[in-house]
Design a protein around this ligand. Structure first.
Ligand SMILES: Nc1ncnc2c1ncn2[C@@H]1O[C@H](COP(=O)(O)OP(=O)(O)O)[C@@H](O)[C@H]1O
Ligand SMILES: Cc1cn([C@H]2C[C@H](O)[C@@H](COP(=O)(O)OP(=O)(O)O)O2)c(=O)[nH]c1=O
Length: 197
């Protein structure tokens, strides 16, 4: 089963993902962008480059996803493992659709979903850590171009569209609460998800 964690920068995904290692020692913990491949290195260069072309950046993130799928996610799922990924395809649909909002693409989110459809493996469930853009930008330190509150407001609106389209896949967690409360809520959500399957 594939469970993904999504949310704005600073929503607390990585904090939760690390804490879950103790509760689920047998799960495969992974992330996007990947941190152990040259595709992930290329993505990190694009994140750090304020002048990186947004369409080129989309394809770098998508290349990293293709490698992540074939090298990590599909083999783990084939072994029957629980896979917990800190960010996954919804990050592209939310972030790159915002980056490409003023591009020549008429419907950026539909375009980005379209290029994934042929090859991706959709998550079974997605836990969405919900915070307002101001809290997200303040917590993340606004150190890169994706962490600015105005941009994150667009990203959040895109996540809302995704949740509206597939309400049964998403579990929304109020991530403005303390780290302990957020972790408790995520663990409760995961218990329920695993009990259902
Ligand atoms: N629930 C929370 N309340 C306040 N601060 C938090 C909370 N969760 C995480 N943080 C802090 O916010 C920052 C970003 O958290 P992180 O887990 O890296 O978020 P993300 O992976 O979503 O960007 C870190 O300094 C972390 O300690
Ligand atoms: C996976 C992914 C991340 N991103 C962005 C979100 C982050 O600003 C940045 C790095 O992701 P990440 O390392 O998960 O950052 P954080 O822990 O702060 O949430 O890349 C995209 O724009 N598209 C994507 O597909």
């Amino acid at each position: 089963m594939l469970v993904t964690l999504e949310g704005l920068d600073g929503s607390g995904k990585t904090t939760v993902w690390e804490a879950l290692h103790d509760a689920y020692p047998d799960a495969v913990f992974t992330r996007e962008p990947t941190s152990d491949s040259w595709y992930g290195d290329a993505v990190n260069r694009a994140i750090a480059d304020d002048d990186a072309d947004p369409l080129a950046t989309l394809f770098l993130f998508t290349a990293d996803h293709a490698d992540h799928l074939s090298r990590v996610v599909r083999p783990a799922l084939a072994d029957g493992d629980l896979v917990i990924s800190d960010r996954y395809s919804d990050s592209r649909y939310a972030y790159q659709a915002a980056s490409l909002r003023d591009s020549d693409l008429r419907r950026p989110m539909e375009y980005i979903r379209g290029i994934h459809t042929a090859f991706t493996r959709p998550p079974d469930k997605t836990i969405y850590l919900d915070v307002d853009p101001e809290t997200a930008a303040a917590r993340s330190g606004a150190t890169n171009k994706f962490e600015q509150a105005a941009y994150l407001a667009d990203v959040r609106a895109n996540y809302e569209r995704l949740i509206e389209a597939e309400p049964e896949r998403f579990v929304r967690v109020d991530a403005t609460r303390s780290p302990e409360d957020v972790l408790d809520a995520v663990e409760a959500a995961l218990e329920e998800i695993l009990a259902e399957n």
